[in-house]
Ligand binder design. Structure first.
Ligand code: KG4
Ligand code: ZN
Length: 348
């Protein structure tokens, strides 16, 4: 079976065709994956402007889907279903994808499957690496989320912890903005950090010990917090009596990145030990980070714990991961009704 995936939750209009392989260990293969990025549009404003994002999705969606179908050399008749990101994300942006997917599904007489954006990120791991040894701890770390999940059965995601304030990617973007490095911040900080001293500046690590009032069911000690770190960087920059030199900026980037990455890696391994996981996966935009990838690998090898990340193109937002998560739901017997609606705060 072939499935069309559509993703429009933030600032990428994406469509992909994914095929079921019939191989239990490696269930899916990507036939095509098209991404129209809006980064140049939002860069001018220092971050994503929701109204501009939804308008651009409207302009791009038809062409992006046509291109994904053409690259995969398929027609609507060859497809078995359409999967689309239902949420979370920007409501105007989500609505473009959801409306398009429903209209296409009705016209082509196909089932439509609403997918959680983070389920897509989680399934990017199996899409790239094949099925992970379960139970697995999966860290989803993006511009909007920093959440740890326990995956005991394929397609079942149990939330263990999340960030109390900023997502890790959001912290990268905010720190880049205050250093005047532009949007998005992750890739540029990642690059500059390579030439900096990661111990040059003492920045705080936040370790939480108590449960979150907003989520009392979660123990809380695996939660993340990055807003204090961002404020500490801001204070450091403001206290400088002169414009920062290139090497000082590199030192700030490296020091900031060390603290973020060690919190992410540390808590993933604590969770793995607590839940006797057989593997750890890290997905989402920040999983593209070179230090996170390197530190995860080193720690995994030292602890004899298999670790997995998606390929770089599958780390940031894409539609192939949405198609894969859609196939997972379809095979579990789940499809969505045609009154499927975008849900900006959809829970997983
Ligand atoms: O998953 P994603 O494409 O979109 C969301 O669902 O949010 O993640 C985007 C986030 C941005 O905050 C961006 O700065 C961050 O991922 N990012 C990185 C890197 N590449 C992208 N953060 C750190 N290092 C990178 N190399
Ligand atoms: Zn994402």
């Amino acid at each position: 079976m072939l499935i069309l995936g559509i993703e429009t939750s933030c600032d990428e209009t994406a469509a992909a065709v994914v095929e079921e392989t019939g191989d239990v260990a490696r269930p899916w293969a990507i036939r095509s994956s098209i991404i129209a990025s809006q980064i140049p549009i939002h860069r001018e404003w220092g971050g994503v402007v929701p109204e501009l994002a939804s308008r651009q999705h409207l302009r791009d969606i038809c062409g992006v889907v046509e291109r994904a179908m053409a690259d995969a050399t398929v027609t609507w008749r060859d497809l078995g279903a359409v999967a689309v990101t239902q949420g979370p994300g920007l409501v105007g942006s989500l609505l473009v994808g959801v409306s398009f997917a429903k209209a296409a599904a009705v016209a082509a007489n196909l089932p439509v499957i609403g997918v959680h954006h983070l389920a897509g990120h989680i399934e990017s791991l199996a899409l790239h690496n094949g099925e992970l040894p379960l139970p697995a701890i999966v860290l989803v770390v993006s511009g909007g989320h920093t959440s740890l999940y326990l995956v005991e059965q394929p397609g079942q995601y149990h939330l263990l912890s999340r960030t109390r304030d900023d997502a890790a990617g959001e912290a990268y973007d905010k720190v880049a903005k205050l250093l005047g490095l532009g949007y998005p911040g992750g890739p540029v900080i990642d690059r500059l950090a390579k030439s900096g001293n990661d111990r040059a500046i003492a920045l705080p690590t936040t370790r939480l010990t108590h449960a979150d009032r907003n989520a009392p069911a979660l123990k809380g000690d695996l939660d993340f917090s990055f807003s204090g770190l961002k404020t500490a960087v801001l204070r450091h920059v403001k206290s400088a009596s002169h414009p920062l030199s290139e090497s000082e900026v590199a030192d700030i980037c490296a020091s900031f990145q060390r603290v973020v990455v060690s919190a992410l890696v540390e808590r993933s391994f604590v969770a793995a030990r607590r839940y006797q996981a057989k593997s750890i996966g890290v997905a989402g935009g920040v999983s593209a980070n070179s230090r996170l990838r390197a530190d995860l690998k080193v720690r995994g090898e030292a602890r004899e714990m298999p670790t997995f990340v998606p390929s770089l193109p599958l780390s940031t937002d894409n539609a192939a991961m949405i198609a894969a998560a859609g196939l997972r739901k379809f095979r579990a017997g789940v499809i969505s009704p045609l009154d499927l609606n975008a849900d900006p705060a959809l829970a997983l």
